[in-house]
Design a protein around this ligand. Structure first.
Ligand code: HEM
Length: 126
């Protein structure tokens, strides 16, 4: 349990990097530089997200967290699936531009909601 706080800080670091890497890729596409797909930026976000999830699951298992008692955590995981799906569409080159912008906004709103749930840990569902 003495490892809990360092693991939480690693989880937070990878969470902020997730947001940064997503925004960087959106901006590169928006300014007409889709060539990042031929650079390490193609796979670095996947490594980052895997580490984010690894530390998230570790916190979940070694911490006092229960999905139903801590509704913010359950909702956070549901929103995470929405963020992943919306983010995939936003970065898909074959999709129409308007659709990609809409899904990029949706993904960013979901990501902001995930950060809010993580930091505020509101009491949900009673
Ligand atoms: C994009 C996905 C995620 C982001 C951006 C994110 C972000 C964060 C942040 C910023 C915190 C620190 C909150 C604070 O200041 O106290 C946190 C805490 C936490 N996260 Fe995540 N997280 C994500 C995914 C997950 C997932 C999938 C799980 C569970 C499987 C999870 C489990 C936890 C737990 C249990 C804490 C509480 C740590 C504590 O306060 O002691 N996170 N998350």
């Amino acid at each position: 349990m003495e490892y809990y706080v360092p693991i939480k800080h690693l989880h937070m670091l990878f969470a902020y990097l997730t947001a940064l890497l997503f925004i960087v890729r959106l901006v590169l596409d928006a300014v007409g530089k889709p060539g990042w797909r031929q650079t390490p930026l193609r796979f670095i976000p996947h490594i980052n997200d895997s580490l984010l999830l690894l530390f998230a699951l570790t916190l979940w298992f070694i911490g006092p967290w229960q999905l139903f008692a801590h509704g913010w955590l359950g909702l956070k995981i549901v929103l995470l699936f929405g963020y992943i799906a919306a983010g995939m569409v936003a970065l898909k080159q074959s999709k129409p531009k308007g659709m990609r912008i809409g899904f990029a906004v949706l993904a960013l709103v979901l990501l902001a909601a995930i950060f809010h749930l993580a930091t505020a840990k509101p009491l949900l569902f009673g």
